[in-house]
Design a binder for this molecule. Structure first.
Ligand code: NG1
Length: 445
């Protein structure tokens, strides 16, 4: 156990003591459920995104940061090709399935889909069924990844599962290939998201954000760069407590609006495959070619197909022009943010974060009144560089860059202001940029 404490100190820094207690509870739970013997402990972190929202599936730029809040998966391989899963949180009831290259999905919303996806994808990639395991997941507050809060709890769970399957299969993964596999594994559950969350969960570096160009090169590799977080500031996360129930449908509708933009722009420029392709075009000229609003059915009538997109009804109003404008401006903001970070110009970074929030609110329409209250309250504190919603939107979290000396005042003010304005309680915590996913240790229980 002393050895484990050392490993935890490397991962969590000062928070290792509390983590040790959390790991002990999980290890005891594993022994009670599955019996004594060796157990592998894997982890995968959640993330915030500094800037670059809804750009990843448009082959754009993103700048995520891993949290030190993570999903733990304790696992012991089985010889019969079955996977059995339990969870320290009792609302996730136990699940089981058999590994194959075509694993039937459980009903939408079933948490075992986040294990079924990676098991199926890795089996297909390796051409042979991967080993199953007995598993116990631990992601309860305060150490786990908040669920449905736009900090990527689903990807953290998927990545933890994938890392475990890969380990037991003896597959030595590389970043890009594994990130792609995990992204495919999430398409298995129906969301047509991008590759950002899986990349940061796998490749995060302590104290750094990860710049990722989501356009693969000819070899399928992605350009990345680790960028140190600015000295003298804390990246604070404010969880609004608002959880949206219908996110998957709304998310896919935004993807549909972007795909519609591409399909319409392709009529004159056939080389365009993603919105990224117009990053250097004059936007004011381009946007006139895009409708303000159009339905899927009307697009179909014009011969425009949007591809495989679950849960987008025929009459869903797609705000094509505004959504595409958000993506075009957001990509520029990400590059400008990197430039400002390189120059140490934090006020400029803050300005870009604020502009990104406005674009997400007005053009992409993914904010909520609660997220707007939080960003407004955050900006009232002197020295706060900027604040914006982070993640998919429709609830979840806001981030702010706060001077080290202002953290306490900030938390008190924002907490009170938010409760007065909304009657809700915000959870405010620092983003301690932690390392990426992997095997933590093998323990004996
Ligand atoms: P969250 O916030 O974790 O639901 C989603 C997508 C990302 C990205 C962001 C918006 C998945 C798994 N995640 O993240 O790829 O598109 O929204 O920037 O689809």
């Amino acid at each position: 156990m002393g050895q484990l404490l050392g490993v935890l100190a490397e991962i969590y820094g000062g928070g290792a003591g509390g983590q040790m207690a959390r790991y002990r509870v999980a290890l005891d739970g594993f022994r009670v459920r599955y019996g004594p013997g060796p157990v592998h402990i894997f982890r995968a972190p959640g993330r915030v995104n500094l800037i670059g929202e809804h750009t990843d599936y448009n082959h754009g730029y993103v700048l995520p940061v891993a949290l030190d809040r993570d999903v733990l998966l304790l696992a012991r391989p089985r010889a019969d090709g079955e996977v059995w899963l339990a969870n320290v949180e009792s609302d996730f009831t136990p699940r089981g399935f058999a590994v194959s290259d075509a694993i039937p999905a459980a009903p939408a919303g079933d948490w075992s889909n986040y294990a079924r996806g990676p098991a199926q994808e890795l089996t297909r990639l390796l051409g042979t069924p991967v080993a199953g395991f007995d598993g116990l997941v631990s992601s309860a507050p305060p150490y786990g990844v908040p669920r449905g809060a736009g900090v990527s709890s689903s990807s953290a769970l998927t990545v933890a599962m994938a890392v475990a399957f890969a380990h037991f299969a003896g597959w030595r993964w590389q970043g890009a290939e594994m990130a792609r596999l995990c992204s495919d594994a999430e398409w298995y559950v129906g969301t047509r998201g991008g590759i950002m969350d899986q990349f940061i969960a796998l490749l995060a570096e302590r104290g750094h954000a990860l710049f990722l160009d989501c356009r693969p090169d000819a070899d399928g590799d992605f350009r990345t760069r680790s960028i140190p977080l600015p000295a003298g500031y804390r990246l604070l996360v404010m969880d609004s407590g608002v959880r949206h129930s219908n996110t998957r449908n709304k998310f896919n509708q935004r993807v549909a609006a972007c795909r519609a933009g591409v399909a319409l722009l392709r009529r004159e420029r056939p080389g365009i495959t993603h919105l990224r392709d117009v990053e250097n075009a004059d936007w004011s000229a381009l946007e006139e070619q895009l409708p303000e609003e159009v339905s899927v059915a009307s697009l179909r009538g014009q011969g425009v197909a949007l591809g495989d997109l679950p849960n987008v009804p025929d009459d869903a109003p797609l705000r094509v022009r505004a959504c595409c404008r958000h993506v075009w401006t957001e990509n520029r903001r990400v590059l400008a943010t990197i430039d400002a970070l390189d120059r140490g110009d934090i006020p400029r970074v803050g300005q870009l974060l604020n502009e990104a929030h406005t674009s997400a609110r007005d053009d992409y329409r993914i904010s909520t009144p609660e997220l707007d209250v939080l960003t407004g309250a955050a900006r009232q504190i002197d020295g706060v560089a900027g604040a914006r919603l982070t993640g998919a939107g429709w609830g979840g979290c806001v981030i702010a860059l706060v001077p080290d000396g202002q953290v306490e005042e900030f938390s008190t003010h924002v907490g009170r202001f938010y409760t007065r304005a909304t009657g809700r309680q915000a959870t405010i915590f620092p983003c301690q940029a932690g390392p990426g996913a992997g095997l933590v240790a093998v323990a004996e229980v």
